[in-house]
Structure formats: C-alpha cells, structure tokens
Design a protein around this ligand. Structure first.
Ligand SMILES: CC(C)(COP(=O)([O-])OP(=O)([O-])OC[C@H]1O[C@@H](n2cnc3c(N)ncnc32)[C@H](O)[C@@H]1OP(=O)([O-])[O-])[C@@H](O)C(=O)NCCC(=O)NCCSC(=O)C[C@@](C)(O)CC(=O)[O-]
Length: 453
C-alpha cells in the first residue's frame, strides 16, 4: 500500500520588500543578493499575522479546497520553531480556531502536537504521520508547518527573512506523492543557529518598547525569549553541507546502490533558507558522487576544494541545476525562508511549475534533502502519483504570489520593530490576530484570533 501526500495548501504573508530596496538601504551590492543568493523579494508578517494565523489559514484552505471531513482526521501534527508559548503548542491554537469555524468538537478525538527541531521539524512530523497511516491505512493525518523566519536588522540573515505556512493531508493511496520506505538520517549536536533564552535586567525592560520580547517574570533578572536566532552563517552552511552529505551517502547505503541518485531523481527538493542554498551546497555531493568516491575515502583537502569549485562552475552542473533544482527555487526567491515550510514550499513550487507549464511528471521520482539547524538532515524519496494535477488544481501558487503587496523600507522597519499599528493590507476571508491580553506580571499573555469575512 502507498502512503504520502494527498493534498497541499499554503498561506504566506502577502506583503513583501523587494530585495533591491533592502540592498540599497544596507549598502549591499544588489547583484550579490539577486545573482549570488537568488533573492528577489522577502515576505514578513503584517500587523494582524503571526505563525498561528499562517497555520490556521493554510489548514482552513486545505479543509475547504478538498472538502475534508474532519471526523476522518486522526492527527494534526505541526512542525514549527516559532512557538508562541512554552507550554501551549501552536496545534492547540489551531484546533480551537478550526472548531470555531467548522463546529464545536469536530476535532475532539484528534491527536495534536508540535514538533520542534529548527527547520526539519515539519519533516519529522511528516515521517511520523506517514508511519501512523501505514499502520492505520483507513486513517488520515494533517501536517502543518508554520514559521516566521525573523532575523536581526543589519544581520547577514536579514535578507533571507520570510513568513508563512504549508499544510498537507497525509493518506494511504495519495494523489500527489507516495514516499518510499528508506529514510536516512544524519545528526550532530551543534550551535550553528539557535534561539536561547536570554537574561535582561528589570531596568532594561522599562526602557524596552520592543514587544517581541517575552517576559517570564519580573524578578531582578528576567528570562526573555527573542524571535530572532543567534547564528553563525558560514558555520551553519558547513553544518548543512556535512549533515546532508552524510545523510545522502547513508541513503545510498540503505538502498544498497552505487548509482548516482540525483540522476534518477527528476527533481531535487532541498531545505532552502534562501533560493540558491541547494545549488551552492549540492555541488559537493555532485562532485563526490559523480567521481564515484565514497565519503570515507581520504581526499587531500586542497584537491577536494578545487574539485568542488571546478564542478560548481561547470556547464554540466549548471544544466543539472536548471533541470533538477530550479523549479523548487522559484517560490523561495519570492517568499524567503519559511523555516519548517521551506522544503515543502520547494515541493509545491516544483509541482506548480510543472502544472503551469503543462508538463506530465506522474511516475517520476523526487529526491528530498532536508536540513534543520542544531543539526539534522534526512534524505528520502517519493514517486509522483497519476492524480497529482487534479489534487493541485486549486493551489494557484504563482498566481497568488503575484497578488503580494510591495512595501517600502520604512514600513518594513516599523513592522520589524513592531511599531506599526495599522495593517498594511486589509484582511479578507482569513484568520487574524485580534488581540493580545497583556497582564502584569506576565507582560505578554493570551492571544486571541478571529475569522474575517
Ligand atoms: C547564508 C549566509 C551565510 C550567506 O552569507 P553571505 O555572506 O551573505 O553570502 P556568501 O558570501 O556566503 O555568498 C554570497 C554569494 O554571492 C556571490 N556574489 C557576491 N557578489 C556578487 C555579485 N556582484 N554578483 C553575483 N554574485 C555575487 C558570491 O560569489 C557567493 O556565491 P558562491 O560563489 O559562493 O556560490 C547568510 O545569509 C546568513 O548568515 N544567513 C542566515 C543563516 C542561514 O541561512 N544559513 C544557511 C544554512 S543553515 C539552515 O539552512 C537552517 C536555517 C537557517 O534555515 C535555520 C533552521 O534550521 O531553523
């Protein structure tokens, strides 16, 4: 029996800053961001949006577009690293909103939980749901990935920001993609990117007007949690490369094959913290694998680097990128990093590209290289199913992205600093953040949401 993704939907911020505008303001060469990293624009939440809003909107679209009977849903598992509460998961917010719209107790017997492991939490949720459906073929599960990839102003992460969610229905005999048995994992505990609690003095709080700090108590030293990560960009790239390479070669071992897998894959879907990350990182695997070298082989560091550089610049590799990776990059260039949702937005971008260009891909294999900081990679593969086009008919990814509203630099900074009071876009047919109940001593308390027609 096959198991995989039967339906998919998304919700992104729908307001964006052109990368050129940011480059000019920050005195960065626009060509570096556009041609070097593949960025065109970045999205960020409007005043009424947060990760609960994105997740609830993607989930509501999934339910409405595919007439999902909620009584059939046994699990809603959320991948996120943007939790808004240390105890109450985003999935708990989602069930209350869905029941608000579709009827009380419609999800009363549904199991819900959040998975957090940086960007790979959504893949963990998916793998778990696939195993569940394999054991219970009559049951269905939903995976929601939702995040706001927010970085400090003036940091090297600033131009990779993005916000939004992807929701997927996981069933037996799925219409879009069925996953194969083998999943390879590579893990190592590192500090490449993380969001620690930080201490701040009581005096500093009274001076602080930035609402994105979360205050736990008002004793002398206060523990706060910040949305923006602590990270080391180049080291995080190295960790990404090490983990995905190890998982890729473990995957080959699991499959007991010496074939270059990327040639058997019609498309390659990688975690994309920015559009060109996949193509910049995959050249190493490409070089090692095409030279039929195995990872344990001792290669002189000097030769090794030279070989990778040579491959990355070759026409053969450029053609390979255009054919296998570029379709996944298209949406990323227009949205930015979605953390847990990035790899699934890459899948959606590829499917939508082939849908819009009327190319039949049923029966072809897609390879997945997932990464989450901290760090972990998973490599797996799946086969596109005959009904993928019918399942995708309502998604209209690129049409929707064209509707995004451009903002200017001042609006961007004021949204980032949470100084903006009015929404940039008037919400319609969607969930919004209605109010945050502020209590003393908990400065930021319960969050309330409502549906706007
Ligand atoms: C990703 C970095 C490190 C990039 O860092 P950076 O310093 O902005 O860029 P760079 O120097 O690494 O690369 C610039 C590229 O532009 C090229 N370039 C230069 N000038 C020009 C020009 N004029 N015309 C054309 N091209 C130009 C230049 O040649 C180079 O391309 P290359 O040759 O190396 O392929 C930075 O953006 C960053 O710190 N980002 C935040 C962390 C991050 O995204 N890390 C990625 C790996 S970790 C990950 O993916 C997990 C994550 C982040 O999603 C979190 C999670 O798991 O939750």
């Amino acid at each position: 029996m096959k198991t995989g993704i039967d339906a998919i939907s998304f919700d992104v911020a729908n307001i964006h800053l052109p990368i050129k505008t940011l480059a000019t303001a920050r005195n960065i060469e626009p060509e570096k961001l556009e041609k070097g990293l593949g960025l065109i624009q970045m999205t960020l939440p409007d005043v009424h949006q947060d990760p609960v809003v994105f997740g609830a909107n993607a989930l509501t679209k999934l339910i409405l577009d595919h007439n999902i009977n909620l009584n059939e849903i046994s699990r809603i598992y959320v991948g996120t690293e943007s939790g808004i509460d240390s105890s109450k998961p985003i999935s708990s917010f989602l069930i209350s909103l869905i029941e608000q719209k579709f009827g009380e107790d419609t999800l009363a017997e549904c199991d819900v939980v959040d998975f957090t492991f940086a960007c790979i939490g959504g893949v963990d949720a998916l793998q778990n749901c696939i195993d569940f459906v394999k054991l219970n073929p009559a049951k269905k599960a939903i995976v929601v990935t939702t995040d706001f990839a927010k970085y400090d102003l003036n940091s090297t992460g600033e131009y990779t920001q993005g916000a939004g969610a992807v929701a997927m229905l996981v069933t037996s005999n799925p219409r879009i993609i069925a996953f194969d048995e083998n999943w390879a994992t590579s893990t190592k505990g590192v500090f490449d990117f993380f969001k620690p609690y930080r201490s701040i003095s009581k005096e500093a709080i009274t001076q602080n007007t930035n609402n994105d700090l979360w205050f736990d108590n008002l004793e002398a030293e206060i523990e706060i949690h910040k949305d923006q990560p602590v990270f080391d960009g180049q080291y995080s790239n190295q960790c990404y490369m090490d983990r995905t390479r190890n998982a890729y070669f473990s995957f080959k071992k699991l499959k007991n094959t010496t074939k270059t897998l990327y040639t058997t894959w019609n498309s390659i879907i990688m975690h994309l913290p920015y559009s060109f990350q996949g193509r910049r990182m995959l050249s190493e695997i490409y070089a090692l694998d095409s030279a039929e070298k195995i990872i344990s082989e001792n290669i002189e560091p000097a030769d090794y680097q030279a070989k990778i550089k040579e491959v990355a610049k070759s026409e053969e590799y450029r053609n390979f990128v255009t054919e296998k990776l570029q379709p996944a990059e298209l949406a990323s260039s227009l949205i930015g990093n979605l953390y847990t949702g990035s790899i699934f937005m890459g899948l959606l971008s590829t499917l939508a590209h082939y849908y819009d260009t009327n190319k039949e891909i049923a029966g072809t294999q897609f390879g997945f290289l997932a990464y989450g900081s901290g760090s972990k990679s998973k490599v797996f593969e799946g086969t596109i199913q005959p009904e993928w086009k019918a399942a995708l008919a309502n998604v209209k990814l690129f049409e929707n992205l064209k509707e995004s509203k451009e903002i200017d630099f001042n609006t961007y900074e004021s949204l980032h600093k949470k100084e903006q009071k009015q929404s940039v876009r008037t919400p319609k047919n969607e969930w919004i953040l209605d109010r945050i109940e502020k209590e003393i001593p908990v400065l930021i308390g319960a969050r309330y949401y409502k549906w706007v027609d």
